[in-house]
Design a protein around this ligand. Structure first.
Ligand code: ADP
Ligand code: MG
Length: 337
């Protein structure tokens, strides 16, 4: 009887997703995206990889602030029309912007997508400094302050009824670098779940999302990079959560022997000196991404209180002296070896 039952379940049920398949995309969000998927056949996995790629590419085009694409209004179009006119946009743009405005409030303005002007100045000086290291310089503070006067989130107006996004002031610019990857990755994961995927690990440039566990039931292992060199400071195990790290080592340039990274503290208009990396584990990758950037610019007490108040969310801070701080439940994810 048991044998027969086993046969029936094995024979009539869905094929088990037990084979490991891997894919790399180089054309989304200006970074390397890797996917690991357990599926029943290469053909079935390929169909999911194609769907995932299409989804990520469509988000990439909509959230791109640097390029426009034929036949689509994206965030670059919206920035170009700042102070001129509301732009009719795909609702996926309004979804992101409304989410980002919520995260601005949650982080008390530390993660501010209206800081585009300030961030552009830093990027210009960083690019020049990387190009010509000998003449690398810091942006003048008066220039940063002038740009910051227009970093007003209230100038970003999403109108659901009209289906438009308007940057009211010509000098305000949107930059979604702190949140777009995580937001898009979460939407892609949601779509993959709806398509029946039960076991997947997606990393969009280090923004890591998981679905379920590996085929053998063990949790996915994700390394947390050592901000000071090779290797990891820890590895965590997840089952359905995301792991996102922001670090001083990710993008930086050097001026007079000192490193200046890419996360800008709205209070000082300088790269935040509070931490060397911040990692967030959360069931929501958009939250994790926005939060890593926001926490980076927040005192530890305030950040800890914020994380403790959020459900399904934990954080790990690496302070400049190399010591670590963790929220209450973070250690439950750490792989103990
Ligand atoms: P990464 O892009 O390396 O994964 P983050 O998620 O922390 O890291 O995002 C950093 C990017 O976010 C920067 O490159 C910049 O575009 C933008 N950014 C930097 N500081 C802030 C800030 N305080 N608020 C909003 N966006 C920021
Ligand atoms: Mg972020």
């Amino acid at each position: 009887m048991l044998l027969l039952l086993g046969f029936l379940l094995g024979g009539c049920g869905l094929p088990t997703p037990s084979q490991r398949y891997e894919k790399i995309y180089l054309d989304v969000f200006d970074t390397v995206t890797t996917v690991v998927l357990y599926d029943s056949s290469q053909q079935s996995a390929n169909a999911k990889f194609d769907e995932l790629h299409d989804i990520l590419l469509s988000y990439h085009k909509l959230y791109d602030i640097y390029h426009t694409y034929d036949g689509v209004n994206n965030l670059c179009t919206v920035n170009q029309n700042a102070g001129i006119a509301p732009v009719k946009v795909d609702e996926k743009i309004l979804d992101l912007i409304e989410y980002a405005i919520g995260m601005d409030t949650l982080t008390s303005g530390r993660m501010n997508i209206a800081m585009g002007g300030v961030l552009q100045i830093w990027q210009t000086y960083r690019d020049a400094g990387l190009e010509e290291p000998d003449s690398a310089a810091l942006p003048p503070m008066d220039e940063l302050k002038a740009a910051n006067a227009d970093a007003v989130i209230g100038n970003v107006v999403a109108d659901r009824l009209a289906g438009t996004l308007f940057v009211k002031d010509a000098k305000t610019q949107i930059d979604v670098g702190a949140i777009a990857k995580g937001y898009a990755a979460q939407r892609a994961v949601d779509a993959m779940k709806s398509a029946g995927v039960t076991s997947m690990l997606l990393s969009v440039g280090g923004n890591v999302c998981s679905i379920g566990t590996r085929a053998d039931g063990t949790r996915w292992k994700v390394g947390i990079q050592n901000p000071y060199g090779e290797g990891n400071i820890a590895a965590v195990q997840v089952e359905g959560q995301s792991v996102v790290t922001s670090g001083t080592y990710e993008r930086y340039y050097t001026v007079d022997g000192k490193r200046y990274h890419h996360i800008i503290d709205p209070d000082t208009l300088m790269p935040s000196v509070r931490y060397d990396s911040v990692t967030v584990i959360s069931s929501d990758s958009a939250l994790a991404d926005a939060l890593t950037t926001g926490l980076f610019c927040m005192p530890i007490d305030e950040g800890m209180a914020l994380v403790e108040q959020l459900p399904d969310t934990e954080a790990l801070w690496v302070l400049p002296d190399g010591t670590q701080q963790m929220s209450g439940g973070f250690s439950t994810y750490i792989v103990k070896e």
